[in-house]
Design a protein around this ligand. Structure first.
Ligand code: 6CS
Ligand code: FE
Length: 300
């Protein structure tokens, strides 16, 4: 256990030099109960065990069309392209992600307040919640590049100062997610193991890591061990379905060389009882458009 200069105990030391063994997670995956929201007991138990669950048809086909048109509008907005919140693909220069999209787009901002989404987040996290990060990942056809294996919490802990894995992501598919067009792969149950990553965090690392992450990725031997223990499942499903996944579940996606984009909206909810402190593995925190420091609970 390392005591940070802030005096906060670090239960999940990472960005270490030299080898570091995986750590058993000491925090729950599900913090609320069946009585706290719309998720039934069986689904809650499944999320607790696997670290994720899927909601088919979270958005209606009409809503999918509305949000897809919004994504097309955003990616075609030339003025927005100059904004630091827009991340382009390393090779093709096409739009890869747009961060803080719930503030940029009023329409997407409405999703944050939608009870079908907000009430699930509160139930899983067992508290009031706020948006830690929102983004659109476009994963365009032919040229969309994936995201190597990683735990979101490892980065949010090291670079944003998130104390515990008490955050959950809602990934809403706005295009059909097939096995072959860069669909998200997850290791069921892997959220219960924290895999420290080797390597010091470079200054302003986010300026490159959001295009291609090299630091803060697990060693191949750790990925191999996790895959052997948990297997790999893939989130596939029609546009409108949503994947809710724990901040520490090991996940990644391949490149997309098909003509079919795999575009998802990601809303990341953090518990207001898990507010960011000083980074646990970086010299200074990342900017608020990547890791919000407004911990005001979302209220409808
Ligand atoms: O660094 C981050 O916050 C982002 N990186 C990845 C690969 N997933 C989570 C998040 O969007
Ligand atoms: Fe991720």
């Amino acid at each position: 256990m390392t005591i940070m200069d802030t005096g906060i105990e670090d239960a999940y030391p990472t960005r270490v030099t030299g080898a570091a063994e995986p750590i058993e997670r000491t925090d729950p995956t599900v913090w609320g109960t069946e009585a706290d929201g719309p998720i039934d007991a069986a689904t809650l138990a499944s999320h607790d065990a696997k670290g994720y669950h899927i909601v088919e048809g979270l958005l209606s086909p009409g809503e999918v069309q509305t949000y897809w048109r919004e994504l097309v509008r955003l990616s075609g907005d030339e003025a927005l392209k100059a904004d630091e919140r827009v991340i382009t693909e390393k090779v093709s220069g096409e739009v890869r992600s747009i961060f803080e999209v719930h503030r940029i787009s009023a329409l997407i901002g409405e999703l944050v307040l939608d009870p079908r989404i907000l009430d699930r987040a509160r139930q899983i996290l067992g508290s009031e919640v706020y948006i830690h990060q929102s983004r659109v990942n476009y994963m365009p056809g032919f040229k969309g590049t994936g995201f190597y294996w990683h735990s979101d919490f490892e980065t949010w802990h090291a670079e944003d100062g998130m104390p515990k894995p008490r955050a959950v992501s809602c990934s809403i598919a706005l295009t059909d997610n097939y096995p072959f067009n860069g669909g998200l792969m997850v290791m069921p149950g892997s959220q219960r193991t924290f895999v420290p990553c080797v390597g010091q965090t470079p200054d302003d690392y986010y300026k490159s890591s959001l295009r291609q992450q090299d630091i803060g990725v697990p060693r191949e031997e750790d990925i191999t061990a996790l895959a052997a223990e948990h297997g790999i499942e893939q989130f596939t499903g029609p546009a409108g379905s949503a994947l809710w996944f724990d901040s520490n579940v090991m996940h990644g996606s391949g490149n997309n060389i098909t003509p079919y984009p795999r575009s998802n909206i990601f809303l990341v909810f953090n518990s207001v009882e898990n507010a960011l402190t000083a980074p646990f593995g970086a010299a200074k925190p990342r900017p608020p458009f990547i890791a919000s420091r407004d911990f005001t609970p979302i209220t409808r």
